[in-house]
Write a protein that binds this ligand. Structure first.
Ligand code: DAH
Length: 355
């Protein structure tokens, strides 16, 4: 190539090396290969070259053109890659960052127990029902075969409220058992429900609170026997406490709304407080076969429908499961206690299969 062409090539190469981005690169391209570019001007001047030099000059210009094009392309590739890198860096998502701030609150042990027992009974086909805390005394007592002067009314230290519902006194429910009545009146058997909720009694010490929680259970179907009651509650207790071999004992008892009635004990060690063995028994819940009079109060014929019911204290089973001695902190809202006994809302819970 002649000197002027060499000069154009090296000048352009220097400009390309300087071009910091694609826009600068394009400016170099226009200044060289564009309509009024330096090379284009040289090509246009070819006609003025004496005929005997024209062939050689033409070939030299063609060589220069392809070298310039190659240099432009090489620089373009470098700049495009750099641009892509910069974009990827700018748009990068740091997947190691937490998706959301760590949850601050914790699930209260009472709520946790309700979640757990709902999961266990849910797996057995039970549905959850709820009812009012302020109850008519027919639902809380009379329909459950606890007539007006029955001693069970005194047993329960009832909070009576001013006013009446349907000509009857109004109470803060002393038990979740009225949900048995409400459910049997509201739906046709077969019935399989649990009813966790608040209950109230005028009683206050280390193991009693005027407001506490119970869960009621009710099964109504044809051909239900004591065997179903025993199997269901044994499975529940073993799953809830996570002890596949937990000893469970059914002891004859009395409740007005069941016949026969049974209290259920679990095995523990009185000295160490450990559940499972040790040869001592701890009463944990009340249960029985639904009394024919209760069925009749709900319009069910005891010759056709049978069932069992049970009720237990949620604070009590929570305290036993977690080794808590005092019931009062449940309601004091002390964050130090909650931090210790609360569970993360995202913590999975494993339900132990009863063996
Ligand atoms: N309602 C009883 C109580 O508060 C507990 C209870 C016992 C509920 C036996 C039942 C049952 O459904 O069958 O002490």
């Amino acid at each position: 190539m002649t000197e002027d062409l060499d000069a154009l090539l090296s000048r352009t190469e220097a400009e390309l090396a300087q071009a910091a981005d694609l826009r600068a690169l394009d400016a170099v391209r226009v200044a060289t290969l564009g309509k009024s570019g330096a090379l284009t001007a040289l090509l246009k001047g070819l006609g003025a070259v004496p005929a005997e030099q024209r062939k050689e000059r033409g070939a030299a210009l063609n060589t220069l053109k392809s070298r310039l094009e190659a240099a432009l392309e090489a620089r373009r590739a470098v700049l495009e890659e750099a641009a892509l890198d910069a974009r990827l860096r700018a748009e990068a998502t740091d997947v190691t960052l937490p998706a959301r701030p760590a949850p601050q609150g914790l699930i209260h042990p009472i709520s946790r127990t309700i979640e757990e027992l709902t999961a266990i009974f849910g797996a057995m086909g039970f549905a959850v029902v709820e009812g009012p805390d302020i109850e008519g005394d027919w639902y809380n007592f009379a329909a459950l075969n606890i007539p007006d002067h029955h001693p069970a009314r005194q047993d329960q230290d009832t909070f009576y409220l001013p006013g009446e519902t349907d000509g009857r006194r109004t109470v803060l429910r002393t038990q979740t058992s009225p949900l048995q009545i409400r459910t049997m009146l509201a739906q046709e058997p077969p019935i399989r429900i649990i009813a966790p909720g608040r209950t109230y009694r005028a009683d206050h010490d280390a193991t009693h609170s005027p407001m506490f929680h119970q869960v009621e259970g009710l099964v109504i179907d044809r051909g239900i026997t004591l065997g179903h009651l025993k199997g269901c509650l044994t499975d529940f207790l073993r799953a809830f406490f996570g002890i596949a071999t937990l000893p469970v004992r059914f002891r004859s008892s009395y409740f007005p709304f069941t016949e026969p009635s049974m209290e259920v004990d679990i095995g523990w060690n009185r000295r160490t407080g450990e559940l499972g063995g040790g040869g001592d028994w701890l009463e944990i819940l009340g249960s029985g076969m639904v009394h024919p009079r209760v069925l009749a109060n709900c319009g069910l014929d005891a010759r056709e429908w049978q069932g069992f019911a049970f009720g237990m204290g949620i604070e009590r089973i929570t305290m036993l499961k977690h080794g808590m001695a005092d019931l009062r902190p449940f309601y004091e809202g002390d964050v130090r206690w909650l931090r210790h006994y609360g569970t993360s809302p995202l913590a999975p819970f494993t339900l132990h299969e009863a063996g």
